[in-house]
Each structure stands twice: as C-alpha cells, then as structure tokens.
Design a protein around this ligand. Structure first.
Ligand code: GDP
Length: 444
C-alpha cells in the first residue's frame, strides 16, 4: 500500500507527544528526529527533508506550541500543513489555450506510464468537458508504442493520428496538428518517445517538437515507485524542456512517498495528476492537502466521495433503491453490487481513504483479499436462475450442490446466504423509513 511505512512512522513520532500537557524542548527534538528519519526512509530528497524539519521546528517554537494546550494536536496540524506546502499548497489546473486546440505534450521515460496516461487524460477531458481530443503517436522507437496508443484510443473512443515508424517524429507532429486543425479538435495529446534513461538525442527530439508545437502544457509522466530516480528524471526533463506539470503514476502500488514529497520542491513544477491504477479511469487531480492527510493516515474522505460518484453507475443505484423498496433484492443484484465495489479498486485502498482507518490495528486482521469477493461470486455463479431470484428455495441439498459447483466449503455457502438475508432484511427496514437497520449496522 502506498505510503504505508511513512504513515506508520509519522504517527509513531507524534504519538509520543500525545497526552502530554506540556512538551519539553527535548520531547520536541526527539519527535523531529523521528520525523526526519521517517522521511529519509521514505526516500524523500535530503534537502527537502532538511527544509521541512526546519520549518516545523520554527513554527512549533514560534507558535508557542510548547506552552499551549494540547501540543500534540498542534504539532500534527503543523506537520499536516507543511506536508501540504511541500507538495504545492493548492491544486494547479491544466493549462488551456484561448483558441483551440489546446496542445498537451506528454514526456517521460519508457515504462513510466506515458501512453496510458495520455489515454486516461483524453478520456477525462472527454467525460468532463465533452471534449473531442486527438492523440498523436510520435513514439517511433518503442516497437509496440503506436499499436498500444491505437488500442487505448479504440478503448476510449478517441482518434489516434499515426504515420508508422519510418518517418521523423517532428513530421508526424506537424501532420497531426494540421489534421487536428482541420477537424477542429479541441485538445491534442502528443505521445512522445521515451528512453530507458535520459539522453541527448531524446531531449533534442523533444525540444524540436516543443519548438514547433508550442504546447500549452508539457506534462512529465514519472513513476512514483522509482522514488529518488523519479526526482532526478524530473530535474533532467525540466532543465531541458521547462515542463509545466508532472503526473505521478502508480500511486496504487506500494510507493514509499519520496517522489510525491520531493518533486514539487526540487523542480518547482506542480504535480497536476496522479495515476492510481491501470484502468483508463484511474487518473485523479492531485490535491496536495488531501494527499497530506492521506500520508498522515487521517484519511481522504473527499477523494473517496468523488471516487464513489465517479465509479458508481447512477442507473444501477436507482434500480437498487427500487429493489429495496419492493423487497425484491436478489442474488443477481447482490452480484451487481459486488461488481460495483470491485470497479472502485482494491478494497485496502478504499478503506485507507476513510479517516482513522489507515492504521487502525483492528483492520490489520481483516482479510481484504480480493479473492474473497471472487469466492462469493463463484458461489452465486453456481446457483440456478431460480435460486438467484428466489433465495428461499435454497435447501440443504441445493446448498451442497452449490458448494461442489463453486469449490467452496458448504459452511462458507451457508454463511454467505445468511449474510445476504440479514442484509436484505436491513435494506427493507431502511427503505421503509425505519432507521434501526442503519443503527444495527453502526452497532448502536
Ligand atoms: P510508457 O512507456 O511511458 O508509454 O508506459 P505505458 O503507458 O506503456 O505504461 C507502462 C506500464 O505501467 C503499463 O503496464 C501500464 O498499464 C502501467 N501503468 C501506467 N500507469 C499506471 C498506474 O497509475 N498504476 C499502475 N498500477 N500501473 C500503471
């Protein structure tokens, strides 16, 4: 899970202050030492760490935290604010041109996620602004790059301009831009070539494309999993191209946090988006404040709400409400619900966005294995249509047959049916205006 170690260590550093009416100089020094080590271990750039710790120490002293009430809380607040500041303070929106098309040039090393991100961004623009983007395939070196962009384009229904691999990238860009003008596309995304390392030839090619296309936005795509290397890459690209923004990818992996916390400070360029999965919808606007809360394990409830809204199918939700009211919720609906949940991504990541849950020890033992969902699905798939729509017919012999069919123990089948029935009962109560169902759920 992203930031896991960092969250744990920062919380530990601050926990030692909790409950102290007064914090001494040496308590503060010890906490600062812990915070510094936590950041260094998370692969945050050394200079960034030094500046960060210095700012916190000065603010803690200046604000008379040591004298005030509840010093621990005040320090958490300061750490949260400084983390936010390190990552850029406010969201920075995509640059837009006054006249169409807005030109976005994507740059980055091979494997960072450039092509995928171009597709994700095109889809986002299409969905949110009703835009008509065109993607230009200007990576002629990586053998499958053009095919990959075409596949992405097909998937999200965005046209791709390509001329094969035997023509100079700059010429492809020229022809692509001409076509975008002709077709009145409002956005152009140029997928440029990457290399395994920064080299002069690559940079010269990108500089030429920049000089011709005069992009409104040069987005550097970097892999958050590569920590300090991502920061070095960003510095290199920024020196050569004067980028306008960064996309951090693979934040769904178990990145330690170094890239997220260092890039803004080192390059002075904003992180504009984060990639949090391989799916085309897994691109989110970067909010420094929410990311800081997430790093501190304070949850990111706003992002969770947005995610739910984005991934939750309105029609499905309406259908569900109706089913609840009519008390006809059956296993097919249950299956739909599970699929909706799965679409939102790994359960651990969702839970982590809920305040207080990130490091909740009780959850350490909860098995969030996606296989569990697969097992439930297997059980439902082994039911006949009749059984799915009318669960009352599920007698012991049918349950044994389902157990054999799904390869799951019969106890598990029983447990699942029991859970389903109590969920159904609760839904029915709730939809009839009786909130005791909800109270039961909340354990009140
Ligand atoms: P490019 O060489 O920079 O164009 O990189 P690609 O777009 O081909 O991406 C390289 C790999 O990273 C692919 O397998 C992508 O599916 C994967 N990838 C890209 N972004 C993300 C992300 O945010 N999360 C995860 N888990 N994988 C990603």
């Amino acid at each position: 899970m992203a930031f896991e170690g960092l969250t744990e260590r920062l919380q530990k550093a601050m926990r030692s202050l909790r409950g102290k009416g007064k914090v001494s100089e040496s308590d503060l020094r010890e906490t600062m030492r812990e915070i510094r080590l936590a950041l260094l271990e998370a692969d945050v750039n050394f200079t960034v760490v030094r500046k960060f710790v210095k700012n916190i120490r000065e603010r803690a002293k200046g604000a008379d935290v040591l004298e005030g009430l509840n010093p621990a809380q005040q320090i958490v607040k300061i750490v949260n604010e400084e983390l936010t500041k390190t990552m850029g303070e406010t969201d920075v929106p995509l640059n837009k041109s006054e006249k169409i098309p807005t030109i976005i040039m994507m740059a980055g090393l091979q494997g960072a996620g450039k092509t995928t991100t171009a597709g994700k961004l095109a889809l986002k623009l299409k969905k949110e602004e009703n835009a008509r983007p065109l993607m230009i395939a200007a990576d002629i070196y990586r053998p499958a790059a053009i095919d990959q962009l075409e596949q992405v384009g097909k998937q999200i229904e965005v046209p791709v301009f390509q001329m094969g691999t035997d023509i100079e990238p700059l010429d492809i860009v020229k022809a692509g831009l001409a076509q975008a003008k002709e077709n009145h596309n409002d956005y152009v995304l140029i997928d440029t070539a990457g290399r395994l390392q920064i080299d002069e030839k690559l940079m010269d090619e990108l500089k030429d494309i920049k000089a011709y296309a005069k992009p409104d936005e040069i987005l550097l795509v970097v892999d958050a999993m590569t920590g300090q290397n991502a920061v070095e890459t960003a510095e290199g690209f920024n020196d050569a191209l004067d980028i306008t923004g960064v996309v951090l990818t693979k934040l769904d992996g178990d990145t330690r946090g170094g890239a997220a916390l260092s890039i803004r400070d080192v390059t002075n360029k904003p992180i504009k988006f984060v990639g949090q999965g391989e799916k085309m919808t897994a691109l989110d606007v970067f909010h420094p404040d929410r990311m800081a809360s997430r790093i501190l394990g304070m949850g990111d409830i706003l992002s969770l709400i947005e995610k739910t809204q984005q991934d939750y199918d309105e029609k499905q939700a309406q259908k569900l409400t109706e089913k609840m009211r009519e008390n006809t919720f059956d296993f097919d609906d249950f299956l739909d619900q599970l699929q909706q949940i799965q679409k939102m991504g790994p359960l651990e990541d969702i839970i982590k966005m809920i305040p207080g849950m990130a490091n909740n020890p009780a959850l350490k033992n909860v098995n969030m294995d996606p296989k569990d969902l697969e097992h439930i699905k297997a059980i439902i798939y082994s039911m006949t249509n009749e059984e799915r729509t009318n669960p009352d017919v599920l007698n012991p012999s049918r349950r044994r047959r389902i157990s054999r069919g799904s390869g799951r123990p019969v106890q598990e089948v029983n447990r699942m049916i029991k859970q389903f029935n109590s969920m159904k009962k609760m839904m029915n109560k709730m939809s009839n205006g009786n909130m005791s169902g909800m109270e039961n759920m909340l354990g009140q």
